[in-house]
Design a protein around this ligand. Structure first.
Ligand code: HEC
Length: 393
C-alpha cells in the first residue's frame, strides 16, 4: 500500500525533523550561552582571588552567579554537568533526515548529472572529507595564525560549496554543506572538546590527590576552547543553511554557492560582532560592514527581467499538465499526494502562484529531479508565462 508507506515515511520525517530542531536548539543554545559566559566574565567586584572571573545575571525570577575557574579548579564538586548529548542528537537526527529526505529518495532529490547513486555517494563522502580536511588544517602550522587560518578555512568551505554545486542539485548542495559544517562541529565535540575536558577533569582529580600531573597526550583544554570557538562561528551560517531550504531564490540562484558563501560570511561577521561586544572590545566598525554586505547581496541576487514576447496561458497550460500535474494534482501519478497541498490544475491556481512558479522553474528546482522530463524550451516558455502572470496588475 504505497499511500500508507508514504504516510509512515512522512511521520518518520516529521519526528526526525522535530527532534533535530529540539536538539539543535539545545546545542546551539548551550554554545551561545557558554560563549556569552566566557566573553562576559569579569574580575569579581569584591576582589575575591583564585577565580578567573564571574558574571551575574538575572533571569526568570532569580539572580544567578556563574564563576569561571579555568584549569586550576581545586577540589571538584560531586556532580559536574557535561554537555554533549545535544550535539550528538542533533547530528544523528540530521543524518537521519538526510537519509529519509534525500538519500532514500535519490531519484527525486539527488538527481545530479552523475545519476542518483554517485550523487548520494558524493553527498555522504563530503561529510567525512570535510572533517578530515578541517582537522588537518587545525593541526597544521597555519593554526598558529588565527587570521590566515580563518581565511583558509573559509576559502576551503567555499570550494566545497562550489564542488557540491557541480554534482548535487542546488537544494541538496545547500543542505549537504549544512551537513559538512554540522559534521565538523559535532566531530569537534566528540574528538576534541569532550576528550580535552576529560583530561582536564583527570588533571583536577590528580591535583586534588596531590599526585603529579600526567604528561598530556590528547587534546588540551586550549584545543577544546579553540574548537569550541570555531563551532561558535559556524552557528549562524549553519542556521542559515537550515532555513534556506524554504527559499529557492537562494540555493536556486545560478551562483547559489556564491550566495551561500556571501550570506555565510555575513553570519560570521554578525557572530564576531556579538563576541567582540561581549568581551567589551570595539565592535561598531563591523556593523556597517555587515549591513553593506547584506545590501550588496540583496542587490546582486535581484531577479533578472525575463525578456521576450509574453506567453499566453494557452501555451503554458499543456506544459503544466505534462510536467507539473503528475505531482501537483488532486490525484497525482508521480507522487503519493500533492506536495505541500500545492495543486496546479486550473489557470486560476497557476496564476495565483505565478511568482512561486517562476522562481521554482527558473532555478530548476521544479520539476523535482526533473522526473517529469521538462525540456529547456518548455522551461523557458513556462518561466516567460509566469513572469508575465506574476507582474500583471
Ligand atoms: C516529481 C514530482 C514533482 C513535479 C513533477 C513537480 N513538483 Fe513541484 N514540488 C514537488 C515537491 C515534493 C514539492 C515540495 C518541496 C518542499 O518540500 O518544499 C514541490 C513544491 C513546489 C512548489 C512550492 C509550493 C509551496 O507552496 O510550498 C512550487 C511552486 C512547485 N512545486 C512548482 C512546480 C511546477 C511549476 C512544476 C512543473 C514545472 C512542478 N512543481 C513539478 C514535487 C514535484
Amino acid at each position: 500500500m504505497p499511500a500508507m508507506e508514504a504516510y509512515l515515511a512522512d511521520w518518520a520525517h516529521l519526528i526526525l525533523r522535530w527532534l533535530h530542531l529540539i536538539a539543535g536548539a539545545a546545542w546551539i543554545g548551550a554554545s551561545f550561552y557558554f560563549n556569552w559566559l566566557n566573553n562576559n566574565v569579569r574580575p569579581p567586584e569584591d576582589g575575591r582571588k583564585g577565580i578567573e572571573g564571574e558574571v551575574w545575571s538575572v533571569h526568570g525570577g532569580a539572580f544567578y552567579q556563574a564563576v569561571k575557574h579555568g584549569y586550576s579548579v581545586g577540589k571538584l564538586p560531586k556532580s559536574l554537568h557535561w554537555f554533549y548529548w545535544e550535539a550528538y542528537t542533533t547530528w544523528l537526527s540530521g543524518v537521519g533526515l538526510l537519509a529519509v529526505v534525500y538519500w532514500l529518495n535519490a531519484k527525486a532529490w539527488m538527481a545530479g548529472p552523475l545519476g542518483p547513486g554517485p550523487t548520494v555517494a558524493i553527498g555522504v563522502g563530503a561529510l567525512g572529507v570535510g572533517w578530515i580536511v578541517y582537522d588537518l588544517l587545525c593541526k597544521s602550522p597555519l593554526a598558529k595564525h588565527p587570521r590566515a587560518f580563518g581565511v583558509t578555512l573559509y576559502a576551503l568551505l567555499v570550494v566545497a560549496a562550489y564542488a557540491l554545486f557541480q554534482w548535487l542539485p542546488s537544494r541538496a548542495a545547500y543542505i549537504h554543506m549544512g551537513g559538512v559544517i554540522g559534521t565538523i562541529m559535532v566531530a569537534n565535540v566528540f574528538f576534541v572538546i569532550i576528550p580535552s575536558q576529560r583530561s582536564m577533569v583527570n588533571a583536577a582529580v590528580r591535583a586534588e590527590r596531590g599526585e603529579p600531573p600526567l604528561p598530556v597526550t590528547g587534546p588540551t583544554g586550549k584545543d577544546g576552547a579553540l574548537r569550541s570557538l570555531h563551532n561558535n562561528y559556524f552557528t549562524l551560517p549553519i542556521l542559515f543553511v537550515m532555513v534556506s531550504n524554504h527559499f529557492p531564490f537562494t540555493y536556486g540562484n545560478t551562483y547559489g554557492w556564491l550566495a551561500l558563501a556571501a550570506i555565510g560570511a555575513v553570519g560570521v561577521i554578525i557572530r564576531h560582532i556579538f563576541n567582540l561586544k561581549g568581551k567589551g572590545l570595539p565592535y561598531t566598525g563591523w556593523i556597517p560592514v555587515a549591513v553593506a554586505a547584506g545590501i550588496a547581496i540583496i542587490v546582486a541576487m535581484a531577479p533578472k527581467k525575463v525578456e521576450g514576447p509574453s506567453v499566453a496561458w494557452a501555451d503554458a497550460a499543456p506544459i503544466v499538465s505534462a510536467r507539473c500535474t503528475p505531482c501537483h494534482a488532486t490525484a497525482p501519478t508521480l507522487w503519493p499526494v500533492a506536495p505541500n497541498g500545492f495543486i496546479l490544475e486550473t489557470e486560476a491556481q497557476a496564476t495565483a502562484a505565478a511568482a512561486k512558479i517562476k522562481t521554482q522553474v527558473e532555478t530548476q528546482v521544479m520539476p523535482l529531479g526533473n522526473l517529469s522530463k521538462m525540456t529547456d524550451d518548455e522551461r523557458a516558455t513556462l518561466v516567460a508565462w509566469a513572469a508575465g502572470a506574476s507582474t500583471a496588475p
